[in-house]
Design a protein around this ligand. Structure first.
Ligand SMILES: Cc1cc2nc3c(=O)[nH]c(=O)nc-3n(C[C@H](O)[C@H](O)[C@H](O)COP(=O)(O)OP(=O)(O)OC[C@H]3O[C@@H](n4cnc5c(N)ncnc54)[C@H](O)[C@@H]3O)c2cc1C
Length: 466
């Protein structure tokens, strides 16, 4: 049986990046990827990453003449449900890339550092030692079934989480499978505007109140990507897109192609690690709460994992649950608290009707330049901002523009957000305190409920979803 320090399952953004980082630090790495090389990450073409986040994770930015380069872009404003009152974002410096080609680049960097990648190799199961501890992986290729031994198996297989979902029920890593309630079904239309007078750049924007509809560059100077994400199914997302088309005046366009894909839309797993195992990327559910993007946000945990695991391996220490526990604690502090506390708040805010949201956009309350303009980063509300917010909400209620029931939902979201923050700040320092903490966290998330609660119930009923 071949022996490695680490087996990585999946060679997309997370797996390729992790394999490269670990191989670069001198560890032996095997990557198994179920797709053949030419088919890896073909689900959709264009994806974006903020330049700042790429630099943070050491991701190269291709030059304009390389085939994986798409374009650069500064992001657009957030608009109200009927397309008014733009809340301008600070320029975000976003890089648009061709996904398959960029993943090929990432895989090559991993191989250059010494990682071995086998394409067309599907993870089948763990190899376990006599005590039931993970000590490798079984995988199958066109040539047959194989086993390899490793100190760590890293599940980077995305939504199916093929290894995480095989962890036993008593593992600190939850083995849940994502349901349609936990998934954002994304449909993207590559459109070309019928009139040459349309300036696509001037139209780029996002519409939070539809949970996510956006216009972004496609690489075609006369076109754009119009995207939509929704829970439950692609059919649900497409219905919401039709609502947006009805509500927001938009220049005529022709759809040249459409692509579909899924991204997790739920809290992360509470613990990523167990003996000989780690869940990373979409397999651990670390996508951004506002838009479901996960390529760079996953690497926040990735970087922490690289540092902790590298140190353990260099010190000759085993990759046990206890030794790797700091990955969980550090991730919560670095990003987990911010991401997962935003989810209930978003539920509260986005549950309001389009008319209510339109009014608040107009009055710069909640959907204000101050709150939306920073792209969610470094938002600090002063006591004066909070007083203004409360007065704005009160004024809207008095004028009959905001229902008291909506205010209740927003306040509930805010309180639950604070509860998540407080509980996650008490995340156990060691694995010993995990089960007690998990009990409290389970009860809290049960109360919060899934993001799909804020779906349009009329559409849900019409499509026979519930
Ligand atoms: C339409 C769409 C647009 C998006 N746009 C953006 C964007 O612009 N920016 C952004 O940051 N995020 C974006 N996202 C989210 C992003 O795609 C994911 O967060 C990201 O791809 C997660 O990377 P990953 O490596 O963890 O998982 P994945 O990209 O899902 O990769 C998992 C890999 O594991 C392999 N695999 C699966 N099962 C097995 C198995 N049994 N054995 C071996 N290998 C296996 C798969 O073939 C795949 O290569 C978008 C998502 C969608 C659907």
């Amino acid at each position: 049986m071949e022996k490695f320090d680490i087996i990585v399952v999946g060679a997309s953004t997370t797996g390729a990046w992790f394999a490269r980082q670990m191989a670069k630090r001198g560890h032996s790495v095997l990557v198994i990827e179920k797709n053949e090389k030419e088919n890896v990450s073909r689900e959709y073409d264009i994806f974006h990453m903020p330049k700042k986040e790429m630099e943070r994770s050491g991701l190269e930015i291709p030059s304009a003449d390389e085939k994986d380069f798409g374009f650069t872009f500064d992001g657009g404003p957030m608009l109200s449900p009927y397309g008014n009152y733009p809340k301008k974002n600070v320029p975000a410096g976003i890089i648009g890339l061709h996904k398959h080609d960029y993943i090929m680049r990432m895989n090559k960097y991993a191989e250059d550092e010494g990682a071995k990648i086998i394409f067309g190799a599907t993870f089948v199961d763990f190899v376990k030692d006599e005590w039931g501890k993970v000590c490798g992986a079984k995988y199958k290729t066109a040539e047959g079934e194989f086993e390899a031994e490793a100190k760590l198996v890293a599940d980077c297989s995305g939504i199916p989480a093929v290894a995480r979902t095989k962890m036993p029920d008593d593992s600190t890593v939850e083995n849940y499978k994502l349901t349609p309630e936990d998934i954002f079904y994304v449909v993207i239309y590559y459109v070309v505007y019928d009139s040459p007078d349309v300036d696509p750049e001037a139209l780029h924007a996002s519409f939070l109140n539809y949970k996510a509809v956006w216009s972004a560059p496609s690489g075609n100077p006369r076109g754009a990507i119009l995207g939509i994400g929704g829970n439950y199914s692609y059919a649900y997302a497409e219905e919401i897109f039709k609502q947006w088309q009805k509500n927001v005046p938009w220049p005529r366009y022709t759809v040249e192609k459409a692509e579909r894909g899924m991204t997790p839309y739920r809290r992360s797993v509470y613990s990523f690690v167990d003996n000989g195992f780690i869940a990373m990327g979409d397999a651990g559910c670390m996508t951004k709460p506002t838009c479901g993007e996960g390529c760079t946000s996953s690497l926040v945990q990735g970087q922490i994992a690289v540092d902790v695991i590298d140190e353990l391996l260099k010190a000759g220490k085993p990759l046990t649950r206890d030794n790797m526990w700091p990955i969980n604690k550090k991730y919560m502090e670095a990003q987990g608290i911010a991401f997962d506390s935003m989810r209930p708040l978003l539920k509260g805010v986005v549950s309001m009707s389009f008319d209510e949201a339109e009014y608040l956009f107009k009055k710069d309350v909640i959907f204000s330049t101050k709150i939306l303009g920073g792209g969610g980063e470094d938002l600090e509300l002063t006591p004066a901002d909070i007083a203004q917010l409360v007065a704005g909400i009160g004024g809207a209620v008095v004028k009959g523009k905001l229902k008291p029931a909506t205010v209740k939902k927003i306040v509930t979201g805010l309180l639950q957000s604070m509860e998540v923050t407080n509980l996650y700040k008490q995340y156990p320092e060691t694995a010993e305190g995990y089960w007690k903490w998990k009990e409290k966290a389970d009860a809290l998330w049960e109360k919060i409920g899934p993001m799909s609660d804020i779906c349009d119930q009329e559409v849900v009923k019409r499509l026979g979803i519930k």
